[in-house]
Design a protein around this ligand. Structure first.
Ligand code: PLP
Ligand code: COI
Length: 354
C-alpha cells in the first residue's frame, strides 16, 4: 500500500545556485537551497516540511549528542542525458534505513514515505543536479534523537531530515590502503550493519593514524583475530581473483551496500562467477603475489568503484596490477553509469524517476 505524504513547502527567497562553482565541486561541502524535516512525537511521524536549507536550534541535552542515537543514509541523484532526474535504488536504502532504526531502538519510517521524501526535496532542487561527468547530487537522509534528557534510555522524540549536496568524486585517485589489525570497526553482536553515526566516529582515529603512515584508507578486518577482510573504510570491498569476483559475505559487522549488490548482480549478468564468502587477508596477499588477483576495489555510493593500487600489511607493500588498465573496473563502471544515466533500458527497475 502506498501511503500519502502530507508535505508543507516553504521555498527559499533566493537561490544560492548562481554562487556554486560546478567545475570545482568537492564532496559534501556544498548544500542545496532546501531541506526536508519531520518530527516523531507521541508515537507518530508528523510535520513533514520542506524549508530553506539552514541551521536548526536544538537543546544541548538531546540524547543523540550524548548517547549516539543517530544514523544516516547516502544516495545519489543523476541528471540523465534526456534531462530526466533519477535516484538510484532508493527502495534499498529505505529498507536499510529501517534496519538501522531498529538496531538503534529508533522509530522506523514507512518505506514509501522515505522514498517520497527524497523525491520531493530532489524535485524542488532539481536544478542542483549537476550535469558534469562524475558529479551528482548526493542525498543525505538522517534521523536523530531529540529528547532533552540525560538518562540512558531510548528517546521518545526524533527528527528525520534530508539534505542535498552537489558533489564531485569522493576518491579522486587510486588508493594505497592499510590492512588494519589493531583497531576494529565492528564486532559480532554490535551494529556494524547499521549506518550508525558511532561507527564512523570510532573509525576516525584509526584512519588518521593510517593517513599519517601514508595510506589513503583502511581495510577493516574481523574483530576476533584480524584474519578476515570486511570492508574498505566507508565502502564495501571486492577482489577479482582467478577471474572470479570475490567479496566478503555480509554479516552483522558489515554494511549491506546497495552498490555492492548492484555490482554483484551486474557481474553475474556479465557471466562472471561471483563468490560471497569469508575472504582472508592471507588469500588476497598470496593472490597478489602470484599474480592471480587482478583487481581490488572499494564499492559504495560515495566511493563508486574506488580502485586499490597498493595494500600495506604489517610493514610490507603488496602492489596490484595498474588499476588504470583494469578491464573489469572499466566495464563495471560503464555498466553502472549506463543504467544510472538512462543510457540503456533499465531492465532491473533500479532508477526512480523524480
Ligand atoms: N560500508 C560502509 C561502512 C559505508 O559507509 C558504505 C556507504 O554507504 C558502504 C559500505 C557502501 O554502501 P552503499 O553502496 O549502499 O552506499
Ligand atoms: C556513502 O557512500 O553514501 C556514504 O555514506 C559514505 C560516507 C560516509 C561518505
Amino acid at each position: 500500500m502506498t501511503e500519502t505524504l502530507d508535505l508543507k513547502i516553504t521555498k527559499a527567497k533566493n537561490s544560492k545556485l548562481p554562487q556554486v562553482d560546478f567545475d570545482n565541486l568537492p564532496f559534501g561541502k556544498t548544500f542545496s537551497d532546501h531541506m526536508l524535516t519531520a518530527d516523531y512525537e507521541d508515537g507518530e511521524w508528523k510535520n513533514f516540511e520542506i524549508v530553506p536549507y539552514g541551521n536548526i536550534s536544538l537543546s544541548p541535552a538531546i540524547s543523540s549528542i550524548h548517547y549516539g542515537q543517530s544514523f544516516f543514509e547516502g544516495l545519489k541523484a543523476y541528471r540523465n542525458d534526456d534531462g530526466k532526474i533519477t535516484i538510484f535504488r532508493p527502495d534499498k536504502n529505505a529498507i536499510r534505513f529501517n534496519k538501522s532504526a531498529e538496531r538503534l531502538c529508533m522509530p522506523t519510517l514507512p518505506e514509501d514515505i522515505f522514498v517520497q521524501c527524497l523525491a520531493a526535496v530532489v524535485d524542488l532542487d532539481r536544478d542542483w543536479v549537476p550535469s558534469k561527468e562524475n558529479c551528482t547530487l548526493y542525498i543525505r537522509p538522517f534521523m536523530f534523537a531529540t529528547d532533552p534528557f540525560l538518562g540512558v534510555t531510548p528517546s521518545s522524540t526524533y527528527k528525520f531530515m534530508v539534505i542535498l549536496g552537489p558533489s564531485g568524486l569522493y576518491f579522486s585517485k587510486n588508493l594505497r590502503v592499510k590492512v588494519e589489525t589493531e583497531y576494529t570497526r565492528a564486532a559480532e553482536g554490535g551494529f556494524g550493519y547499521a549506518k550508525a553515526a558511532g561507527n564512523y566516529g570510532g573509525a576516525m582515529l584509526p584512519l588518521k593514524k593510517a593517513n599519517e603512515q601514508g595510506f589513503d584508507q583502511i581495510i577493516w578486518t574481523d574483530a576476533k583475530n584480524h584474519e578476515y577482510i570486511e570492508e574498505l573504510g566507508a565502502a564495501n570491498i571486492a577482489f577479482v581473483i582467478d577471474g572470479k569476483l570475490i567479496t566478503p559475505s555480509t554479516r552483522d559487522t558489515i554494511l549491506n551496500g546497495v552498490t555492492r549488490d548492484s555490482v554483484l548482480q551486474l557481474a553475474k549478468d556479465f557471466g562472471m562467477e561471483v563468490e560471497e564468502r569469508r575472504v582472508s587477508i592471507a588469500e588476497v596477499l598470496t593472490a597478489i603475489e602470484n599474480g592471480t588477483c587482478t583487481d581490488a576495489f572499494g564499492i559504495g555510493t560515495a566511493a563508486t568503484l574506488a580502485q586499490i593500487a597498493e595494500i600495506g600489511y604489517q610493514g610490507k607493500d603488496y602492489i596490484l596490477p595498474n588499476p588504470t588498465h583494469s578491464v573489469f573496473a572499466a566495464k563495471m563502471r560503464k555498466a553502472l553509469d549506463d543504467i544510472k544515466y538512462g543510457r540503456v533500458e533499465d531492465v532491473k527497475g533500479w532508477n526512480y524517476i523524480v
